[in-house]
Write a protein that binds this ligand. Structure first.
Ligand code: ADP
Ligand code: ADP
Length: 213
């Protein structure tokens, strides 16, 4: 099964993707996590992406499609995958179609800007795994530490309020056109109300995608 999670920053894509990936034994392909790992490792690609990400703008379609193409060659993608935060432009969506990946469903997480800012400014991330917490809504067991490894959590540079507002503008201008694009191709288009608790939303998504498998 191949799924896309579409939604503005902070809508809960990463949080919910982890549940679906566990339930269906498919890998989560988060281009944001891949880029942050490249930056942490100091690769050329990481250096190219760093300042763009700090501003909250989008990394070029060529770089992103190159990363995804390479990732899809790994054996764990053989039975499908969940794309989290990709595609983010119409060019990326058509690039994905050209690679030959058949998408079964797009899950759009719908939420208001005010809630987003509240969620994103409190986000903390375990960078190596991409596990995500929130200091108010989903705190780790020990403050500042990952529940599984005990390693420190980071506060992303681009999770400052002013950068989040830019990212919301970028979402509207460059990513929201994918809503109409995917509503007009043959796949299940699933709209999910992303307000409420993590477990409420988990259930909404699980119920919506169960009939697909
Ligand atoms: P969020 O979880 O808040 O939606 P991500 O971790 O997915 O954010 O992305 C963080 C940043 O990484 C983006 O603001 C953008 O700069 C870059 N990025 C991630 N995925 C893509 C993509 N598919 N295309 C272009 N840039 C991307
Ligand atoms: P995205 O991947 O779409 O950017 P995340 O899954 O990283 O979003 O969630 C953004 C922030 O909001 C994180 O701090 C996360 O812990 C928190 N969060 C996720 N889902 C909820 C929810 N239903 N209620 C409150 N906070 C949430």
């Amino acid at each position: 099964m191949n799924l896309i999670f579409l939604g503005p920053p902070g809508s809960g894509k990463g949080t919910q993707a982890q549940f679906v990936c566990q339930d269906y034994s498919i890998p989560q392909i988060s281009t944001g996590d891949m880029l942050r790992n490249a930056i942490a490792q100091g690769t050329t690609l990481g250096l190219q992406a760093k300042s763009v990400m700090e501003r909250g703008d989008l990394v070029s379609d060529d770089i992103i499609l190159g990363l995804v193409r390479e990732r899809l060659h790994e054996p764990d993608c053989a039975t499908g995958c969940l794309f989290d935060g990709f595609p983010r432009t119409l060019a990326q969506a058509s690039g994905l179609a050209d690679i030959g990946v058949k998408i079964d469903a797009v899950v759009e997480l719908q939420i208001d800007d005010a809630i987003i800012v509240e969620r994103v400014t409190g986000r903390r991330v375990h960078e190596p795994s991409g596990r995500t917490y929130n200091i108010i809504f989903n705190p780790p067991k020990s403050q500042g530490l990952d529940d599984i490894t005990g390693e420190p959590l980071i506060h992303r540079d681009d999770d400052k309020e002013e950068t989040v507002r830019n990212r919301l503008g970028v979402y509207r201008a460059q990513t929201a056109p994918l809503i109409d694009y995917y509503k007009n191709v043959e796949l299940e288009y699933i709209e999910v109300d992303a307000r409420g608790t993590v477990s409420d939303i988990r259930k909404r998504i699980a119920d919506a995608i169960a009939p697909l498998s």
